[in-house]
Design a protein around this ligand. Structure first.
Ligand SMILES: [Ca+2]
Length: 582
């Protein structure tokens, strides 16, 4: 029986297991830890016999944050803590996500492409149960002496506590309340529902996620010794911190929004051009600025009429030229981007608190910190949750706004399209790697094309483990990722034969400098040389039909390999396999 089931068997509901470690709630005075955490400390007492001196890993994920949002990637959003990590570590300029929340998280914690393990669909593969051989990283790290903690959005099948995490602040299903930042209504701590009813003043999920991560680190320090710098003392940890910020709804603390009140009034055309120019100077990109795709929006967006009726005259359904907007639209849109920026700056502040905790516990030097975004910024415009109160201040709990296609072209600048598509704007993510003891190059860039499938091999190598050939009695298919450790030392050290994408009819493959991609609804492959044209403005498929055919064939061959592996292991599965939109 797993721990969550055990707690439920005992009848320990929320009344008995009152969460007290999140923002705005009472804490145990002497230790700063929750009373529940202390009561359960026995469960965390050391059993470590290995792993001592191995690096810790802090993996931080943003949600729907664009490639160029943070300052150290050319953004206009204040992120001093992330910038400091970048200045003391390395930044990857061609790191890729899957373009969507749940497949990215599947890659990050299993090392497989999401379609290979049924955590996303593809032609011939339905979304379903994860095969038994696709265990999550914490289960692989446990025998190596690691203790794993999860704080934030989940969005993988199964429960964190059933997949090797010893603590979790999130939940079995989505792992967060994805309609509300100001309520902990459906959150779960260690698989048990947290009390709801937090007020706007007392609760903000970005703060609560950081609070939980810090509490876990304090507990780790207390019960597993000093996880510092190879002194031979204590066990290492894997802290998986998954913010929901800056995913919609645009909810931010009023004081944070105020600091961006005037920042975006010049509009998205000016701001994206400035980002592009900064990024060129920083050496992050060398491509032209993409055109705005004025007509391409997600098919499930509210209609312009619905947006006008339910949000107001200030909403803008398409990424049209800024100058064509009305005064009312400009005012509303500038506020929307101010909220988006405030959400990211708040996340940065909270990351700073977690980093400070690492310093406080002597773990800063020997912790690999990775920071990325699960997909590009989103052009979605929908309303759900508690709906949108037109009389409430924008960004407050009673409002439901989305960033929308206009500002998403800034967040993803200079790249094309948005979350969901497999063009570069949808799948490009920042990746900051910071590890004082292990990365000597400070502030440098890495241009190796990398992907979330590389994260588990990186962590496994760091932990001194090798990938198990047999898992749950089944010979495991090879994982496609590469350890990034060589890339920490030098440019060009990590090379993939190919990188592969497929999501809801969008698809792509990259081999070397060439990328083939197709948009949902289109039957035409587009071919780009991303070395010169990462903004995907010059389709070369007609000019190079043989290359197009070769890449298309390779894309299909990779998919065929997934289908074959799944057929072999079809009867073996874990997880609940339910699809969750997000
Ligand atoms: Ca996302």
């Amino acid at each position: 029986m797993n721990r969550r089931s055990f707690l439920r068997t005992l009848g320990l509901g929320t009344a008995a297991l009152t969460l007290s470690s999140v923002a705005g709630l009472a804490r145990e005075p002497e230790t700063g830890l929750s009373s529940r955490a202390s009561a359960e400390a026995e469960n965390l007492k050391p059993d470590e016999t290995s792993g001592a001196g191995r690096p810790n890993v802090l993996l931080i994920l943003a949600d729907d944050m664009g490639f160029s949002d943070v300052g150290c990637y050319g953004g206009d959003i204040r992120t001093p803590n992330l910038d400091a990590l970048a200045a003391n570590g390395v930044r990857f300029t061609q790191h890729y996500s899957t373009g969507r929340c749940w497949p990215s998280r599947a890659c990050i914690l299993t090392g497989y492409y999401a379609q290979h393990i049924r955590r996303d669909g593809a032609p011939g593969i339905g979304m379903g149960k994860r095969p038994a051989w696709a265990q999550l990283l914490p289960d692989l790290l446990k025998p190596l002496g690691y203790h794993s903690y999860h704080s934030g959005k989940w969005h993988i099948d199964g429960d964190p506590m059933d997949n090797g995490f010893e603590r979790s602040w999130g939940g079995e299903r989505s792992g967060c309340d994805w309609n509300r930042f100001f309520s902990s209504g459906i959150w779960e701590e260690d698989g048990v529902k947290a009390p709801g009813g937090r007020t706007e003043e007392g609760y903000y999920s970005t703060v609560a996620i950081a609070d939980h991560a810090i509490q876990c680190l304090k507990l780790h320090k207390k019960y597993h010794g000093n996880p510092s710098t190879g002194s031979g003392q204590g066990a290492p940890f894997f802290s998986y911190v998954t913010f929901y910020s800056p995913h919609f709804p645009l909810h931010a603390l009023r004081k944070d929004i105020a600091t961006y009140r005037d920042t975006y009034q010049e509009g998205w055309d000016v701001m994206r051009k400035r980002r592009w120019e900064r990024m060129k100077k920083m050496g992050i990109i060398n491509c032209p600025l993409s055109e705005r795709d004025e007509k391409i929006i997600p098919s499930w967006n509210f209609t312009p009429e619905q947006l006008k009726t339910q949000i107001g005259q200030g909403e803008a359904p398409f990424a049209v030229a800024w100058d064509t907007l009305t005064y009312q639209q400009k005012k509303c849109q500038a506020t929307k981007m101010a909220i988006h920026a405030a959400m990211i700056t708040r996340m940065d502040i909270e990351i700073g608190r977690i980093v400070q905790q690492l310093k406080n516990m002597g773990a800063y030097e020997n912790t690999l910190i990775l920071f990325a975004s699960d997909n590009g910024a989103s052009a979605e415009q929908i309303i759900r949750g508690d709906k949108h109160d037109k009389s409430a201040p924008l960004g407050s709990a009673k409002t439901f706004l989305c960033l929308g296609p206009g500002w998403s072209t800034v967040a993803n600048a200079p790249l094309r399209l948005h979350k969901y598509w497999n063009h570069e704007g949808g799948i490009s993510s920042p990746l900051i790697a910071h590890w004082p003891k292990g990365i000597s190059d400070k502030g440098e860039l890495r241009h190796d094309p990398t992907h979330f499938i590389d994260i588990p091999p990186t962590i496994m190598e760091l932990a001194g483990g090798s990938w198990p050939r047999i898992r749950n009695g089944i010979t495991t298919p090879p994982t496609p990722g590469k350890s990034l450790l060589p890339a920490f030392a030098s440019n060009g050290a990590v090379q993939h034969e190919s990188l592969w994408w497929c999501h809801k009819g969008n698809r792509a493959i990259r081999m070397g400098d060439w990328k083939l991609t197709m948009r949902v609804g289109s039957k035409k492959w587009e071919l780009y040389n991303v070395k010169a044209d990462r903004s995907e403005m010059n389709d070369l498929s007609a000019k190079y039909p043989d290359k197009t055919m070769m890449l298309a064939g390779r894309w299909q061959a990779i998919l065929d390999g997934f289908i074959k592996d799944l057929a072999v292991s079809e009867s073996e599965a874990v997880g609940n396999g339910k699809e969750i939109k997000g």
